[in-house]
Write a protein that binds this ligand. Sequence first.
Ligand SMILES: [Zn+2]
Length: 248
Amino acid sequence: MSTPEKDNKFVKLFNEAYSNVLNKENTYTVEVKFSSRFKKFNGKLVLFRNKKLFELRLSNEWKNISNEIVKGLIEELIAGLFKKNYHSFNIEIYRRFIRNLDLTNSRVEEESDKELLESFKRVNEKYFNNSLDVCLVKFGNESTTKLGEYNYHSDKITISKVLKDAPQRLLDYVMYHEMIHKYLKLSIKGKTYHSKEFKQLESKYEGWPQVEKELTTYIKKVSFRSKPTRRKKSSGISSLFNFFKKNN
Ligand SMILES: [Zn+2]
């Protein structure tokens, strides 16, 4: 899971951070491990004294963050491990970065539809080890042909309103589908279609492929129901008309 060149960058940052915090050179080995199982922007530092080894465990998102911020994170981890009271400009911008991240998250949570946000969180926990960033999730049109959509540019998931009263596992299934799009965008650039990998992931949904049939049945039922609803409006008018006729 680790890429050597990237690791080198992180090892270098670690050694710089180490001498900043502890005022001496690091003589131990540094191993960097990235994990998608980690919560986003999480980091952990473990010291194996007997092996003279530092293990730096980072969530994948750190790979694309600027050196200053990463160094701030590592400095804070080292200071924490050695119980040093240390402060620096890097730590300051690292903390600001995390604060802004929290702000963005709370804005996303405020603007999303609550039941969809819950669905997103359920699916994220069950199928993605909570590794996906929360994004904007909203109900769209009452479409029976397009049940969901993930927009890469705005990082937004739209779910058709026909699923508003659907059983939870059906809503979660459509949410899961869209979240796979979001997930694959991160790991394979440009692969937006339903690739083999996509289908493989999709089939991991609990109760698949039965759930697919259930969804089709549900949508048929709803679209059947929604047609008489439209007629009801006109029948409402006709009964109004009848009402006048009766009173004449
Ligand atoms: Zn799709």
